[in-house]
Every structure is written in C-alpha cells, then in structure tokens.
Design a protein around this ligand. Sequence first.
Ligand SMILES: [Zn+2]
Length: 312
Amino acid sequence: MHPSTLAFSHLKHRVSIEQVLTARGMMTALKQRGQRLIGPCPVHRGDHPQAFVVDLSKDLWHCFTQCRGGGDVVDLVRRMDHSRYPDVARYLASLAQVLPTPARAEVNSPARPYRPYTRNLRLNPHAPLLVEKGIRAQTARRFEAGAYHGPGFLKGCVAVRLHDPEGRPIGYAGRRLDPRLAEQYGKWKFPSGLPKRDILYGFHRIASRLRQRIAVVECPWGVMRLAQIGIPAVALLGIALSHTQLQLLGQASRVVLMLDGDQAGRSASHRIVETLNKYTLAQVHRIDLPQDHDPDDLDNWQLSRCLLSLLP
Ligand SMILES: [Zn+2]
C-alpha cells in the first residue's frame, strides 16, 4: 500500500507525539510532569520553558505562546515541517515502520520479560575463529569474547558478551562453530527472549565518543576489528535498524555505515541511510565493501583506507 493512502486515523494510533519527538531527539528539552510533557515549543522553536505542553494520555499538544494553538501528532508534524498532508502521512508511515510493534500485539504471546544473565563466563580468547578474523587475544578479552568450552546454551560456540546501552551485561550471544548447525540454524544464537532489537552492540563502549565518526557494522567481529585500529564502532546484530538503535545512533554526529558486501547488506544499507537522514541530524556516509566481503575480511590497511576515503 502506498503510504499516503493510509488513513491518518490509523497512523495517529500507530505513532504518538512522544515517538515523533523522541525520534527527532527533542525529548531531552522537555520535562515530564505526570501525564504531561512541558518545555520550549519545537514548532516555533521558542525558548520559553513552559510554552509547549503535551498531554500524553490524550496524545495532544498545545503551544501557549507564539503558536497559540495545537492539535494531534499530524498537526505537530505538519507545522514543524511546514509540510502538506500527503508528506505528513508518508513521514508517519515510515516512522511507524521503525517503531517497535505496539504493546497490544504482545498480549497474544505473553512471553516472560527477559531476565538478564549476568554471570561471568570463562572464555578462551585464542579461539581459531578469532585468529582467523584478525582479532587479537587482548581485544577478545576486552570485548569479553572467546571460545566457550563448557556445556549448555553456548556449547560449541564462540561467545560474545552483550550489554544494554548503559553497559550492564545482559547475556551472551554464541557464534556456532559447527558448519552444519550454522547452516541449519544460522551462524548466531541468542538467548531466548532476549530483546535483541534493543541492543546496539558495543554502544556503551563508544558512548563518550559520539562527536567522532562512528562506524556501524552488522556483526561484533567488525566492531572488534575496527576497535583495533582506533575506530569507534557498533553492530546492528543483523541488517534491520530498530527504533532503539535509531535513537542511539541519532546521538552521533557522524555515522559511517559499513554493512557486509552482499545483496542483503547493500540494500539494507540504502534503507538505513535514508532512515538516518530522515530522523536524525547525524551526517551519514555509506561505504560499499567489495562483493562478498565483511569488514572482518579486510586487512587493517584496507579497513583504514575505506574510512580514510571519507575524510574531507
Ligand atoms: Zn509554539
């Protein structure tokens, strides 16, 4: 369906005022008081600290100073962007696509909330797979990655520790080493119930470097390889950009996408660049890796050359 044919009433229920403001990094300027958000008006861009009020329960906004008016999420976007209804519809429809599915949808599958796994596992940083990927033992230790030799979930895997954006450990992902199992079930295995979409791998390690250029790759190996040449990087753990990941990347000034050089990586890359350009203020660049190459297939010289090519 063409987005502009989507009914506004549908979109209004799918995307809230708060989600639009969050996607645009405007929430930090607002204070929450009960069911209300209060702050300077993002529509006329004034600085009166109480000009703009959002009623979260009704999903309506109002500006008491210059705009002297308000409305719903459609009015907000229309007035902020000076855009016409079809453009507002397109904007809301595309934002709806990157938002997490509404809580209503989860009623049918009452999964238990994920309980973070916080035990420290002993991992062998000299795993042949890591050596093959060019990841030094010292790097593997720092990133808490290595072969797991015990029984259970990570049996026969090279494990990588995962953290939430604040850096709290939440569990381990396992890279299957048995080629048959990897073929059948996928290379990576994640704990059941893990909110994978809320993870931007490696984010807590680079959170203090968001003014620099941040590389975005698909998988943790790329993050580790780039870290070895001093480049801050994060991994999507796949090729889809979730709402949480969008919000985290929106805090960066410069983002360099470096997804795998395959068909899936390339088309995802185009989509993600578009989304980042639309919803964040970050300067976004894309690097197309050689056909069938992942960042960890390149040597250090090739990796740095790729990134250097972007310097002004
Ligand atoms: Zn206003």
